[in-house]
Design a protein around this ligand. Structure first.
Ligand SMILES: Cc1ncc(COP(=O)(O)O)c(C=O)c1O
Length: 400
């Protein structure tokens, strides 16, 4: 539906009724239904991308994010040409509910757009449920999921802590994870198993509610941005304290625990930072809003003990890999001032992978970009997840 003539493009809105030639407009598409529309100079940097809303186009949804204008317009994107943009553009994003594909729900695959729940779903009201975040990577010998068994074990552990009985076996959920990737033809991406309570009853007592399980997958690039992954991110100490283990049980990856993360994350973003650093109830560094944290101080790698931080699977992998690389790694409390004078710092997490931290509270950490130890650990981590390290093939579960 998009014709091109020089630097002009003829576009139709998604209803197909309105048509217009658009000058100097860059169309950048990815599979599925997203279209990123930006006006830009030749080869702009990320900051230079000048976004301009084109009011004559009607899209199903449009929003601005990270300096990009994101439009959901299935019909256009489906027939849009290959990317013609030469410079760097911000990430393409798309609505989570309006996609083609399948989602596994309660033992069956349903169409993506039909994977709905009732408004009186218990978890929607009280935030009582558990979930996982898992990544699948492309390797030289096909696609593989990183530490799938450990993630599913944590899912069952989280449910057990909250006294939720998952009505499927571990093997069934593992199978659902692999199958959802296959059904969606996904070679690399993110898996999201979710255990939630149904709409059978309202009120704090969850007992009458059915335990429901869903597994979805989607493409997800660098969670804290490609640039952050390369050069490091800027973080801010949060005004929100991390959970006390006797308030919400922090070994559980529980849905409700994330109100605390969301408050911290949005506070940091509003203040112009990339991520939040949360301190525990005694004022020591705990973790990020969705990441564990490491510092390199006097040559020793330190990560906070698991008093109030999630027992991260990436954290564990990084500790193993760093020790194999000859580093001393300790689980030890440290205050944020120690982080300010650390040689290096980085976050770990399934979404964040290994993301360098270059600044805390407007003070440079170390050399102010990704340090040599962080870089080496990050490289080793990516070698492992992409199956290039024979020593840790056991961490990978083949999908195709
Ligand atoms: C609060 C929090 N801490 C740490 C992590 C890192 O854990 P993992 O490496 O298992 O993804 C996550 C992500 O799951 C998280 O949400």
């Amino acid at each position: 539906m998009i014709a091109r003539e020089g630097n002009k493009h003829k576009v139709k809105d998604w209803s197909g009724k309105n048509e217009k030639w658009v000058k100097k407009t860059i169309f950048f598409t990815r599979p599925c239904h997203s279209l990123l529309l930006v006006e830009a100079r030749e080869n702009p940097s990320r900051e230079e991308v000048n976004v301009k809303m084109l009011p004559f186009l009607y899209f199903r949804s449009a929003w601005q994010e990270n300096g990009g204008l994101f439009l959901t317009a299935p019909e256009i994107a489906a027939s849009a040409p290959a990317p013609i943009f030469k410079g760097r553009v911000c990430n393409v994003s798309q609505s989570m509910q309006d996609r083609d594909g399948k989602i596994w729900m309660d033992g069956q695959f349903v169409e993506w757009r039909d994977a709905r729940v009732h408004i009186l779903t218990h978890t929607l009201h009280y935030g009582f449920g558990v979930f996982e975040g898992i990544r699948c990577y492309q390797t030289d010998t096909g696609s593989a999921v990183f530490r799938l068994t450990e993630h599913i074990d944590r899912l069952f552990g989280s449910a057990h802590i909250l006294n939720i009985k998952i009505p499927f076996s571990r093997e069934e959920i593992i199978h659902a994870c692999l199958e959802v990737l296959r059904q969606n033809g996904m070679k690399a991406g993110y898996l999201r198993p979710l255990v939630f309570l149904g709409a059978e009853s309202m009120g704090i007592n969850p007992k009458p509610c059915k335990v429901r399980v869903a597994v979805a997958c989607w493409e997800w690039g660098a969670y804290l941005g490609e640039e952050g992954m390369e050069n490091g991110i800027r973080i801010k100490t949060s005004s929100y304290t991390r959970h006390h283990p006797n308030v919400t049980m922090t070994r559980a990856k529980a849905v409700g625990n994330y109100s605390n993360s969301i408050l911290a994350k949005t506070e940091a973003l509003t203040a112009g930072f990339d991520e939040a650093l949360l301190l525990d109830t005694e004022g020591y560094v705990a973790e990020g809003s969705g990441e564990n944290v490491f510092i390199l101080r006097k040559g020793v790698l330190k990560t906070p003990p698991l008093d109030s931080a999630l027992e991260g699977i990436t954290r564990d992998a990084v500790m193993v890999l760093a020790r194999e690389m000859g580093h001393t790694v300790v689980e030890q409390r440290f205050p944020r001032d120690e982080m300010l004078i650390a040689e290096e710092a980085f976050f770990t997490g399934t979404a964040a992978e290994v993301t360098p931290i270059r600044e805390l509270d407007n003070r440079q950490i170390g050399i102010g970009r990704s340090g040599p130890v962080t870089k080496a650990i990050q490289k080793r981590f990516f070698d492992v997840v992409h199956g290039r390290d024979p020593a840790h093939k056991a961490w990978l579960t083949q999908v195709y």
